[in-house]
Design a protein. Structure first.
Length: 108
């Protein structure tokens, strides 16, 4: 194949000198080469997308684990507070009973 001066293989009309039959063969070869390249590019995009999704899911998982720890700590705190209030309620009930008995004893 002869190339004109200043032209490259990538110029639009670089293959004009070739016969029409050869162009058809070359274009079908190019098509066969492009198709696997397109499939490879598509696969690469899918893999990249999957990797990005996995990273996002891992980050979300870490955030949720931190949130779980915070909520468990808050639950423990509230449970202790509830136990303390129950204990306080019990002691107040006992004090009230004692006061009521004293009041009843003074009225007799």
């Amino acid at each position: 194949m002869k190339m004109e001066r200043g032209k490259t293989l990538f110029d639009d009309n670089a293959h004009k000198e070739e016969s029409e039959g050869k162009i058809r063969k070359d274009s079908s070869k190019i098509y066969r080469e492009v198709q696997p390249l397109d499939r490879l590019k598509n696969l690469e995009e899918k893999i990249t997308s999957a990797v990005e999704r996995v990273k996002a899911l891992k980050e979300e998982k870490n955030d949720l684990e931190k949130k779980i720890k915070r909520l468990e700590a808050l639950l423990d705190e509230k449970t202790q507070e509830l136990e303390s209030l129950k204990s306080e309620k019990g002691s107040i009930a006992v004090q009230l009973e004692e006061l009521l008995h004293e009041l009843e004893a003074t009225e007799i």
